[in-house]
Design a binder for this molecule. Structure first.
Ligand code: TYD
Length: 135
């Protein structure tokens, strides 16, 4: 299973650091939605879904968290702990986010608007769809 993690260009000087993200340059899709999670309680796991047609990039812009990715066949855990790292997640990938540090802010750039119809929230259904697509 291929994990795509971007290291965004950092612009730094004596004042501090800055990262700029532009669609189709740093982000490989049109960004239609941005959301972020913060104040996530210790021991909370979030996510537990896949998307039928959505691309996302996750950036832990403050603190750290872990993301479990599952393509139906294989699982990988990715740590996000740098504000210049972006984890790309495409369609048909089950994800769970956990181990949030108390100061964690997890920013998500998404290729489409929020649409509940695009979610696969049932793990068995996800496994069935993933197996069908593998053929
Ligand atoms: P939820 O899907 O439970 O988040 P997660 O998958 O990370 O556990 O979303 C929490 C609430 O926020 C839910 O009521 C739906 C709402 N929401 C939006 O209104 N827009 C969005 O873009 C997202 C991601 C969630």
């Amino acid at each position: 299973m291929q994990v795509i993690k971007y290291a965004f260009q950092q612009h730094g000087d004596e004042r501090g650091m800055l990262v700029a993200l532009e669609e189709y340059k740093d982000i490989p899709f049109e960004v239609k939605r941005v959301y972020y999670m913060y104040d996530t309680k210790t021991d909370v796991h979030r996510g537990f879904h896949a998307h039928k047609c959505l691309e996302q990039i996750l950036v832990c812009i403050c603190g750290s968290c872990k993301v479990l990715l599952d393509n139906g066949e294989e699982k990988k855990v990715i740590s996000l702990e740098k504000p210049y790292e972006g984890l790309y997640i495409a369609n048909d990938m089950w994800r769970e986010m956990y181990d949030f540090s108390p100061d964690a802010v997890l920013l998500v750039l998404a290729s489409d608007y929020y649409n509940e119809q695009d979610y696969i929230r049932d793990y068995d259904e996800f496994k069935r769809i993933a197996a069908q697509k593998r053929g």
